[in-house]
Design a protein around this ligand. Structure first.
Ligand code: WT7
Length: 661
């Protein structure tokens, strides 16, 4: 987390070049301001116009926004559409049938391309196969697949028949998968035998098998398995089916299910400040609108672009800018199976060169890791590759430090590509605060200004807007089309989490701290204000990790906090009290290792604590409340200077300074 002072000191400013401005979809600051003014003057008129111009509706809507059940807002409620039709059939009918939709590059480098016509036929066949298995509109389908053309096909096929997909990142464990299957009440799981990453084959299907034995998954009737590598699949007769067998002989046409704009398109589980991950529910129409608009305005997408978003389909970025946005705009996109460091740290740059990528979108953590790896290996440095096809760069997922921004700008963008630092969340569906590359002057480390029509603001703890220069809570003042609709199965949690009474119940609370530049009004994100960590751009709840730790029979109590990390943004520090004496030496080392593996088993390797510290107790107030603030100070290795006289057990602090190496 950066300090307000350092944020407000940044004074480098980069104006979009005249060449970029001249060709941009939103050209110049006046064009940006005109859109904002239009939204300001007639909010519903603005979104209604854009929804009519950008989406092909089966049945046009007459109502733009229904606020009668606020904060359960409804957008375009009487309109009907199908998102898969808008991504595929629309483009084929417009003459783009032979255009490359997806360039897939496998972990080991093999390239496969599919055209819009082929993609439509594959989606239709798979959609028919799903129907054949009895999957109906509104049913939930879990997708646990690697990055692949099949991943996109599976999502599009669900959308085509009105089934609600819930993609689970392949890095989540069987236990995490089980929780999501149960919460969603899924009828079907789509998975692969293995995933190939970094030259290794990592089993996937066994995690599904394990999840289904853990209980609570009685709703699941079938498991569809895509054969990626020929690894062990342990097909269970009567339950498991091969993808290739299912699609064989299916018709290449499939009439889409025309759904209401509010029909749920997907659930995506994300971490909050309490233990259980929440199923963020998105709509069809409003979500599609912002997927398209942000592709056009933030990414300035043109028919000639080759767009590459490196995010996995397991995250919202992979949904909006991997599966839906680029295809809805008739674009050509790259889907990459592997990791940025295999076979070496030049992989991204080599792929940009080979496929002539023009718009590249990745996470600050990847940029920082590649800066570091490139230091000892000049041969993998971006300057060793021909990156002249690039015209625009983007980042997402966490604050980008100005040093990494400058490196990205100079070494990857050759000083000529604008950078869009896009702030958004799983819940917002699409970019909320971001530069528009042909309009907004950029400042390293700032996500600049709201997307036209998004009413972002910074407020104090009572919901009053703060003057620029004062740090506070980031909120969005009016509902927007691609917003979260509810938390699956828990509408009260949705209301309390995002529309808290303390702020008056009408402001969407993002959960981030932010400050606006006193002169420009530019936003800088200061990090989460709740117990959510951002580790390498992955969102993890501290309570989730604590629950995983205390589910180990040896553990009595655990507290998890984050500390700044050069590459990952944040690292996970876990303070653990065992049911037996505090371990030391070799025993502590062994136990710390066991506990890290235990967390990987409960959640996934991404949640493994970087550091474990054992104590006889945790620092608590006399009323028994854990003093997390002190734990954060200790984690950073800083001295505690505040008054600790309210602590029940101040002596414990010395013990907790010790890291198990
Ligand atoms: C949290 C949301 C949005 C897709 C990926 C993450 C942080 C996101 C930025 C940015 C600073 C950012 C926020 C936010 N975040 N983008 N450009 N600058 N912070 O989605 O997993 O839902 O996480 O990521 O803290 O609340 P997510």
């Amino acid at each position: 987390m950066s300090s307000i002072e350092s944020v407000l000191q940044e004074n480098r400013i980069f104006n979009p070049s005249p060449e970029f401005v001249a060709q941009a979809n939103v050209s110049g600051m006046d064009a940006y301001k005109a859109l904002c003014a239009e939204a300001e003057a007639d909010y519903e008129g603005y979104w209604g116009r854009l929804a009519r111009e950008n989406i092909v509706w089966k049945q046009p809507f007459t109502t733009v926004l229904d606020e009668s059940k606020a904060p359960f807002y409804q957008w375009f409620p009487d309109g009907k559409l199908n998102i898969s039709w808008n991504c595929l059939d629309k483009n084929v009918e417009a003459g783009l049938g032979d255009k490359t939709a997806i360039i897939f590059e496998a972990d080991k480098g093999e390239v496969t391309k599919v055209t819009y016509r082929e993609l439509l036929s594959r989606v239709a066949k798979f959609a028919n196969a799903l129907k054949g298995l009895g999957v109906k509109k509104g049913d939930r389908v879990i997708i646990y697949l690697p990055m692949s053309i099949e991943g996109v096909v599976a999502m599009q096929a669900c959308a085509r028949i009105g089934a609600i997909h819930s993609v689970v990142f392949g890095g989540f464990s069987a236990a995490a998968l089980r929780d999501r299957i149960e919460d969603a009440g899924a009828v079907l799981i789509i998975t692969a035998d293995e995933q190939c990453r970094g030259g290794k084959n990592i089993p996937l299907k066994p995690a599904v098998d394990e999840a289904l034995t853990l209980g609570g998954c009685g709703s699941v009737r079938n498991v569809v398995v895509y054969q990626r590598s020929g690894g062990p699949a342990n097909m269970v007769a009567g339950r498991d089916l091969w993808w290739h067998d299912l699609v064989a002989g299916q018709s290449e046409t499939c009439e889409p299910e025309w759904v209401d704009a509010e029909h749920p398109l997907f659930l995506l589980y994300t971490s909050g400040s309490t233990g259980k991950p929440k199923g963020v529910q998105h709509s069809t129409g409003g979500y599609l609108l912002l997927a398209i608009l942000t592709m056009k305005w933030t990414f300035d997408i043109k028919p000639t672009d080759v767009f590459w978003c490196t995010a996995d389909i397991g995250w919202v970025t992979g949904h909006t800018y991997g599966t839906y946005g680029p295809l809805a705009c008739g674009g050509t996109e790259i889907v990459f199976e592997g990791v940025p460091t295999y076979p070496d740290a030049g992989r991204f740059w080599k792929m940009i060169q080979t496929h002539k990528a023009s718009v590249f979108y990745t996470a600050p953590t990847a940029i920082r890791a590649l800066i570091k790896l490139g230091e000892g290996h000049p041969e993998h440095h971006p300057e060793k590759y021909d990156l002249s096809s690039l015209r625009l760069l983007g980042t997402v997922g966490e604050p980008i430090n100005p040093e990494a921004w400058m490196w990205y700008h100079e070494k990857v963008g050759g000083g000529r590509c604008p950078i869009v630092d896009t702030w958004w969340q799983t819940e917002t569906g699409a970019h909320m605060i971001t530069p528009l590359p042909g309009a907004t002057p950029t400042v390293p480390g700032s996500c600049t200004l709201p997307f036209p029509g998004i009413m972002a603001a910074i407020v104090d703890e009572t919901g009053h807007e703060l003057e620029w220069g004062k740090g506070g809570f980031l909120v969005i003042k009016r509902p927007w089309p691609s917003m979260i609709r509810t938390i699956w199965g828990d509408p009260e949690r949705y209301r309390k989490n995002y529309y808290p009474e303390e702020l008056g119940g009408k402001l969407y609370l993002a959960g981030d701290g932010s400050v606006r530049d006193p002169k420009t009004g530019y936003f800088t994100i200061m990090g989460r204000i709740d117990d959510v960590l951002n580790v390498s751009g992955h969102r993890l709840g501290t309570m989730e990790i604590e629950s995983a730790l205390v589910s180990n029979p040896l553990v009595a109590e655990a507290a998890v906090v984050g500390k700044p990390h050069d590459i990952k943004g944040e690292a996970i520090v876990a303070y653990v009290v065992l049911k037996r004496a505090r371990p030391v030496g070799e025993e502590a080392k062994q136990l710390a290792n066991d506990l890290r593996n235990h967390v990987a088993h409960e959640i996934g390797p991404i949640a493994k604590p970087d550091e474990i510290r054992f104590g006889d107790n945790l620092p608590k107030t006399r009323s028994g409340k854990i003093m997390r603030r002190l734990l954060r100070t200790l984690a950073r290795g800083e001295e505690i200077t505040s008054d600790v006289s309210t602590l029940e057990n101040p002596a414990i602090l010395d013990q907790l300074k010790e890291v198990v190496k």
